[in-house]
Design a binder for this molecule. Structure first.
Ligand code: ZN
Length: 64
């Protein structure tokens, strides 16, 4: 799930929120409770394991 950075328009407090890509939740500032605006660009994606594919293209059937 992507992590987005939000900036409060009131107190300029920056924080991050994790939500789905297609969701547009109303995020309120942690500090003052005013509406926060989503900054452009996500800062990260939480990947868990499963990254590497070892492509062994050399399938030698002649094993003898
Ligand atoms: Zn605020």
């Amino acid at each position: 799930m992507p992590i987005y950075r939000y900036t409060c328009e009131n107190c300029n407090h920056e924080f991050t929120v994790m939500h789905g890509m297609n969701e547009e939740p109303e995020i309120l500032c942690e500090k003052c409770g005013e509406k926060a605006k989503r900054s452009i660009g996500k800062i990260g994606i939480s990947f868990k394991g499963s990254g590497y594919y070892i492509t062994d293209s050399k399938s030698s059937d002649n094993k003898k």
